[in-house]
Design a protein around this ligand. Structure first.
Ligand SMILES: Cc1cc2nc3c(=O)[nH]c(=O)nc-3n(C[C@H](O)[C@H](O)[C@H](O)COP(=O)(O)OP(=O)(O)OC[C@H]3O[C@@H](n4cnc5c(N)ncnc54)[C@H](O)[C@@H]3O)c2cc1C
Length: 368
């Protein structure tokens, strides 16, 4: 049976499904969540990943994806002094839920099964023949892709528990409607960094009316439980009270609600991304800290690389080995870079400042 079962319908899973179908492969995506929901975060995507997406979906992703082009990054300290200004031509920011809906629209309805949480594999002769899901469904195939994100259950089944690094920085995110802020920064990524501690706040437009805001902080600054929207709002207002007026504008905005608390972590590169006929891609395969803004970009570059190697005549494990060989050096660099940027962030902008982005192309792409 030539059928690929993809576990996880995030950016990696959905874009791989689109690409494999274009190659004539039968594909099924099994996604834990019920149909796409409207909350969640937004992400910044590198232009090189948009180019990869263009190849994958064979249509202009800047038209399909409902994001906002971001052309400049302004990095300031908490005294409102400009530390750096960087051109970001071709970067785009989009809400996760809107991006997922746009990708899913490129697939027939019966290719994505929602409400399917992966449980375990069914094996025969050390090969997986089927994936079993907590709702009782069993899906048979010849290739299985773990695209189930940072806390991947597929990774856990293949390689045992993951050694995640301790959470020393958290990030709170939410969306706001604030037309004054939007009009002043229609295509800007603005970030304010504390002078003397690990604390930053920023905002980016993510569609034609909303901005995503985020606050990154050293966990040592957290003195109480963040267990309700009121507690989160009070904490943000307190720690950001000495920041410039634009930050107060966010905090005072009627629509300011935190949608997400991100306990940021990573793990060392895996020595392989596959076992027999099961391959990990995206965050399931590798995880970098948020400071690089490279997660979605890497998920799309994984798909682009895998598709360029995919050939029904090639022995599957050779293909998977080559995939690891090509992708892992670049991602290893991002994991390292994420740790370095976090170290400089924790010192405060008075001591050291690193750009919170993977910017250079040469660390992103590889010749295949
Ligand atoms: C708050 C936040 C902000 C971020 N900002 C950025 C940014 O600015 N730029 C950037 O590049 N990246 C950013 N990232 C990282 C980025 O979101 C991820 O790197 C990217 O989404 C990885 O794509 P993925 O498809 O591998 O995983 P995911 O997008 O996590 O998708 C995994 C999918 O698998 C599903 N799933 C999980 N477990 C199971 C299971 N057991 N069975 C079935 N399905 C399952 C999940 O529901 C999900 O839909 C951010 C992440 C967070 C959390």
């Amino acid at each position: 049976m030539n059928k690929t079962i993809i576990i996880g319908g995030g950016v990696a899973g959905l874009s791989l499904a689109i690409a494999l179908r274009k190659k004539g492969r039968e594909v099924l995506v099994c996604e834990r969540e019920e149909r796409a929901h409207s909350n969640g975060h937004a992400f910044l995507i590198h232009p090189e990943a948009m180019r990869a997406l263009n190849d994958i979906i064979e249509t202009d992703p800047y038209h399909l994806m409902p994001g906002r082009k971001i052309d400049q990054l302004f990095l300031k300290n908490s005294d409102d002094v400009l530390l750096d200004e960087v051109d970001l031509e071709g970067w785009i920011c989009m809400k996760r839920c809107e991006a997922m809906a746009a990708l899913a629209s490129q697939l027939p309805e019966n290719v994505v099964r929602y409400g399917c949480q992966f449980s375990h594999f069914i094996m025969q002769d050390d090969h997986v023949v089927a994936a079993a899901f907590k709702n009782g469904e069993i899906q048979y195939g010849d290739v299985f892709i773990g695209a189930d994100g940072a806390r991947s259950a597929v990774r856990n089944k293949l390689f045992g528990p993951t050694n995640y690094t301790p959470v020393i920085v958290k990030e709170i995110l939410g969306t706001i409607h604030n037309s004054a802020l939007f009009e002043r920064h229609p295509n800007h990524f603005t970030k304010y960094l504390s002078i003397d501690k690990g604390l930053a706040v920023g905002f980016i437009p993510c569609n034609d009316e909303e901005l995503i805001w985020f606050m990154q902080f050293d966990v040592a600054l957290q003195t109480s439980e963040l267990d309700s929207p009121e507690a989160i709002a009070a904490f943000c207002k307190e720690v950001l009270k000495d920041f410039p007026s634009e930050v107060s504008e966010i905090m005072e905005c009627n629509s300011v609600v935190a949608n997400y608390i991100w306990n940021t972590t990573d793990f060392n590169m895996l020595p392989t991304f596959h076992h027999r006929n099961v391959l990990l891609i995206g965050d399931a395969a590798h995880l970098a800290l948020p400071f690089t803004s490279a997660g979605v970009t890497n998920a799309l570059l994984d798909v682009d690389c895998l598709i360029s190697l995919w050939d029904e005549e090639t022995e599957m494990e050779d293909m998977f080995r080559k995939f690891h060989m090509l992708r892992s050096p670049h991602i290893k660099g991002h994991v390292e870079m994420g740790r370095q940027i976090r170290a400089s962030f924790l010192k405060g902008s008075g001591k050291e400042v690193r750009l919170p982005l993977i910017k250079d192309l040469e660390v992103l792409v590889q010749p295949v």
